[in-house]
Design a binder for this molecule. Structure first.
Ligand SMILES: CC(C)(COP(=O)(O)OP(=O)(O)OC[C@H]1O[C@@H](n2cnc3c(N)ncnc32)[C@H](O)[C@@H]1OP(=O)(O)O)[C@@H](O)C(=O)NCCC(=O)NCCS
Length: 175
C-alpha cells in the first residue's frame, strides 16, 4: 500500500498500450509544467511527449519501469545500461517521474527500490544519475542513500532561460 492507502504496483514494461502512452505523456507534460528539469522545456506538446515514450519503450539498453495505481500509470523510471565492454557493471538512472498528484506518497522510493533490485540481478552495481542543482529531487536522492559526486555548472537550460548546474550522484550496490 502507498501512504495514500491505495496499492501501488511496480512493473517492467516492454510494450505500451494506448492508455499507457496517454498516461505517460500526461505524466511527462505535468512534471515539465511543474518545472522539473527532465530534458524538455515547457510548454511541452502532448504529441511530442507521446513520441518520446514510443521511442523510449523501444530503446536499446533501457529498462523501463512504471508504477500503477488502480492500473493507471502514475510514475516511471528508466535504467540505461552501458554496452561498453569495460562498463558492463554500470548503468544510468533516467527520467524518474512521479505525477504531481501522486508525489510524496512513497512512489518514487518504491520505483528506485525495484530498479536497484533489478540492477543487482543484472550485475549493474555502479549506478549514476544527475539532477538540477537546487531541486528538491536532491533531497530525494540523498534520502535514498545516493552520494553526491559533484556539480557541473551551466549544464541545462531551464524555463525562463537560465542555464543551471547539474549535480551528479552515484550509488555502489556492491562494494
Ligand atoms: C523527485 C520525485 C521523483 C520524488 O518522488 P516521490 O514519489 O514524490 O518521492 P517519495 O514520496 O518516494 O519520497 C521519498 C523521500 O524522498 C524525500 N523527498 C521526496 N520529495 C521531496 C521534496 N519535494 N522535498 C524534500 N524531500 C523530498 C523525502 O525524504 C521523502 O520521504 P518522506 O516523504 O518520508 O519525508 C518526484 O518529486 C518527481 O517526480 N519530481 C518531478 C520530476 C523530477 O524532478 N525527477 C527527478 C529528475 S532527476
Amino acid at each position: 500500500m502507498s501512504r495514500a492507502g491505495t496499492a501501488i504496483e511496480i512493473e517492467q514494461v516492454t510494450s505500451l498500450t494506448e492508455p499507457d502512452v496517454a498516461a505517460l505523456a500526461d505524466l511527462l507534460v505535468a512534471v515539465v509544467d511543474q518545472g522539473a528539469s527532465v530534458g524538455f522545456l515547457p510548454p511541452l506538446r502532448p504529441d511530442v511527449a507521446r513520441a518520446y515514450w514510443l521511442d523510449a519503450v523501444r530503446a536499446e539498453h533501457v529498462v523501463l519501469l512504471v508504477a500503477r495505481r488502480e492500473r493507471m500509470i502514475v510514475g516511471t523510471v528508466q535504467l540505461e545500461w552501458s554496452p561498453k565492454k569495460n562498463a558492463r557493471h554500470r548503468a544510468e538512472v533516467n527520467k524518474l517521474l512521479v505525477h504531481p498528484n501522486a508525489q510524496r506518497l512513497g512512489i518514487g522510493r518504491k520505483l528506485m527500490v525495484r530498479l536497484e533490485m533489478m540492477a543487482v540481478e543484472n550485475g549493474w552495481t555502479t549506478l549514476h544519475l544527475d539532477t538540477r542543482e537546487g531541486d528538491r529531487s536532491n533531497d530525494f536522492y540523498r534520502a535514498q542513500g545516493w552520494t553526491r559526486a559533484g556539480v557541473i555548472p551551466r549544464w541545462a537550460e531551464s524555463a525562463g532561460g537560465t542555464i543551471d548546474g547539474t549535480v551528479f550522484y552515484y550509488k555502489l550496490l556492491q562494494q
